[in-house]
Design a protein around this ligand. Structure first.
Ligand code: ADP
Length: 265
């Protein structure tokens, strides 16, 4: 019976796969044998104490740090390797550039181009990287700016917007590229407290549409609970606990996680 039931379940498409990934900086082993599949449309929140390796997990996916060993795949393609005649060779810069196009990232600092209008900030990459026409890029950008509630700001410049609005533009700019996965690294950490809510709301709205695969590093536990399908608690280079937000945030098992969560109460 169980077998039949399992066979009836639709296959879930893996978008990101970490396979036996280790990362060390000198003698400091930051990640020890990470195995993680992130499925299409899934929202995975990474929580854990400072220094537990959350950013390193994301930076390896952004192609900013190379794993010491193991492999990472995105959308069925190796990130740090290239398959040549069935064998894995180290990826070259051309390959890295190509796979990078599948990844959208939003950081603490919004990094908009200060000398470009909001619209141009959102259309530069689709025109120059994806090869869209100006009109196509503008249409897509407008759609995404609508999603983040800023379609009336297209002609303004970043300095004319609040930090929260700039961060929302950065989210729209990433979405325009239709990435396979969106990475959010503590996107509200640099914002004044009163601007945090609007940015988290925008991410929640996008998450609730369901299509976008997301990995999010956050110290906002309420947000992680609302937005994530799965929460991973990183500790000492390992995924120490994982499960639904209910499992991890409401019912922590280990003393380490209980004490970590205690800091947010
Ligand atoms: P988190 O995001 O959970 O705070 P990080 O992934 O930033 O953790 O860092 C994990 C560990 O890796 C820390 O001990 C940090 O000092 C170390 N680390 C991160 N990046 C580097 C680097 N470029 N060089 C040396 N050590 C690093």
């Amino acid at each position: 019976m169980t077998e039949v039931a399992e066979n009836l379940e639709p296959a879930r498409e893996v978008i990101v796969r970490y396979n036996n990934v280790k990362k060390a900086f000198g003698i400091n082993i930051v990640l020890n044998d990470l195995n993680l599949d992130v499925y299409k449309g899934e929202k995975v929140a990474l929580i854990g104490p400072s220094g537990s390796g959350k950013t390193t997990i994301i930076r390896m996916l952004m192609t900013l740090e190379q794993p010491s060993s193991g492999t990472i795949e995105i959308d069925g393609e190796h990130l740090w390797h290239k398959e040549v005649n069935g064998q894995l060779k180290d990826a070259d810069e051309k390959h890295l550039r190509k796979v990078r196009g599948k990844i959208g990232m939003v950081f603490q600092q919004y990094n908009l181009f200060p000398h470009m209008s909001i619209m141009r900030n959102c259309t530069e990459a689709p025109i120059h990287v994806l090869g869209l026409s100006k009109d196509e890029a503008k249409e897509r950008a407008l759609q995404m700016l609508q999603k983040v509630g800023l379609s009336d700001k297209v002609d303004m410049y970043p300095s004319q917007l609040s930090g929260g609005q700039q961060q929302r533009v950065a989210i729209a700019r990433s979405l325009v590229m239709q990435p396979k996965v969106m990475l959010f690294d503590e996107v509200t950490a640099a914002l004044d407290p009163e601007l945090v809510g609007e940015v988290l709301e925008v991410i929640k709205d996008i998450a609730s549409e369901g299509e976008t695969t997301m990995m999010l590093i956050t110290h906002e536990m309420d947000f992680a609970r609302d937005v994530a399908d799965r929460v991973l608690f990183l500790d000492n280079g390992l995924i120490a606990e994982h499960g639904t937000p209910y499992d991890v945030i409401e019912n922590p098992q280990s003393d380490r996680l209980k004490s970590f969560l205690g800091r947010f109460n």
